[in-house]
Design a protein around this ligand. Structure first.
Ligand code: A3P
Length: 277
């Protein structure tokens, strides 16, 4: 039902052609100071972009929008960002094995992968996807579509698995939306240390405040308000920003089904999810 071309069985948004993904993978030249924020959509990409942006600037807005500071690399051409000054940051939604710039194991760049419990991620995507779906598509249909993996960037469980198994690489940091929500200060400190910026605690505290849901929602440089028109119910890109909203749409059966799929597909790698506020 949604349109787009496939690469390795992974559906791409219409903006991205399989050849572009291959070109980025082969030709993008990465630097030691490059940072990727990698996610399955709706797992906390924008939040993490804003955190990285403020770490670079020592906790002050530098006038750049999140997507200007960390552009969506997946829709660019290989040499388009050659002139971007260091440190460069990118966001990507591509799975690990298609990540721009080649295999992170052989790359000088750093990668922050953010995951979120799949139930909340699906609900957030459902509300976000109004532009790509029939407007009256009921949740239960969308849910089935998500499970089939026929959504942009493919199967959510495969996406998380593909990145998570590389959690021990020195240039990969894996965090969750829920950790970021419940322990913001320490997670921001962790990101800052990972990027090699030993910021003082008062600066980390400033960044923690500036990246709260409320602060980001009111910040034109971080709230992606230009995307509001793509949302269901006109809720805005900054919709709820909570853990546990899956309870508003999931049936008991759907919830059990997800638990079983996760047991089957992810329990062997130790990836566990947090479903409650
Ligand atoms: P909800 O739809 O559940 O509210 P992405 O940036 O990956 O597209 O993710 C968007 C989701 O992250 C939305 O989730 C959005 O509200 C939430 N979000 C964005 N900034 C946030 C913040 N500072 N704190 C908590 N959630 C945030």
């Amino acid at each position: 039902p949604i349109t787009g071309e496939y690469i390795d069985g992974v559906l791409l948004p219409t903006l991205i052609k399989p050849g572009d993904v291959v070109a980025l993978r082969q030709e993008l030249k990465l630097r030691e100071t490059d940072v990727f924020v990698a996610t399955f959509p709706k797992c906390g990409t924008t939040w993490t972009q804003q955190i990285v942006k403020l770490i670079w600037s020592g906790g002050r807005e530098d006038g750049r929008d999140v997507d200007e500071a960390l552009p969506w690399i997946d829709v660019t051409k290989p040499h388009e960002l050659d002139d971007m000054p260091s440190p460069r940051g990118f966001k990507t939604h591509l799975p690990y094995h298609l990540c721009p710039g080649g295999d992170p194991r052989q790359s000088p760049a750093k990668y922050i992968y953010v995951y979120r419990n799949p139930k909340d991620t699906m609900v957030s995507n459902y509300h976000f996807s109004v532009k790509f779906l029939p407007e009256d598509m009921p949740w239960s249909n969308y849910y089935k579509m998500m499970l089939s993996g026929d959504v942009y960037f493919g199967n959510i469980f495969d996406h998380m698995r593909g990145w998570y198994i590389h959690k021990d690489l020195p240039n990969v940091l894996i965090i969750s939306y829920e950790m970021l929500k419940k322990d913001s200060f320490n997670m921001i400190k962790k990101i800052s240390d990972f990027l090699g910026y030993q910021l003082q605690d008062d600066v980390i505290a400033d960044i923690t405040k500036l990246t709260s849901f409320e602060k980001m929602r009111g910040n034109e440089l971080a709230n992606n308000s230009w995307m509001d028109k793509y949302r269901r119910e006109g809720a805005g890109f900054m919709r709820k920003g909570v853990i546990g909203d899956w309870k508003s749409l999931f049936s008991e059966e759907e919830s059990i089904e997800i638990d079983e799929i996760i047991k089957e597909k992810l329990s062997d790698i130790g990836l566990v999810f947090d479903y409650d506020p």
